[in-house]
Design a protein around this ligand. Sequence first.
Ligand SMILES: [Zn+2]
Length: 247
Amino acid sequence: MLRGLGLLAAGSALGLGVPHSATAAAEAAAGELAPRKSLAARKALRRLAEGNCRFVTGETSHPHQGVERRLKVAAGQRPFAQVFSCIDSRVPPEVVFDQGLGDLFVIRTGAQTLDELVQGSVDFGPLEYGTPLVVVMGHQRCGAVLEAVESLEHGTDLGPQLNRIVAALKPAYDAAMASGVPQDELVDATIRKQTALTVQALEADPRLAPLISIDNSPRAQHSRPYQCPPLHRTLRRAPRHPAGPLR
Ligand SMILES: [Zn+2]
């Protein structure tokens, strides 16, 4: 779904190894872009998908993290994509997508909740730097959503600040409930709804909306999600014994 200079892709990443599903969703969204305008966005999405595959398969390359890169970006930045995601310590976008310094604008809030202040940060990359791709990424076992669902189900008072996050997640919870999912799938369904609702909110942003365009070309219509390479190398590298406790 998205836009002139590039796009706003929706990624619903479920899983701590996450992004197989995220990249698939994002790739599908990229198929809606206008041909010429979407080229940079498509390249950006492909780059994220490839980085995510390296992460998932344990083949990370940790690009752009050395002194040379640091010196280069000190003079200026031009990230190729922007990721709006959760604060969860297990899904930092630079790690999940195997990127480095100056590659991504990153905005993180609990369960990627959005308000006017955060909206300004989301607008920053596309409007000020022409960032061609925006990905909204949710993730499995989201602590913020778990807490919110618990609070909404049992009327738990989490205090005035956290209650704001609960209130922000209530539309997603209500939508998940209305979909009729089983109780044991309610949290995951709420995560997915929250990601989708966040994307919808960004699409409705009057500053981003003019940048969004739809690609109805045959190529876009027949695009396929990016597929990660086979996992055989990763399997050979798997440790023989479980790791010990963290110290
Ligand atoms: Zn989360």
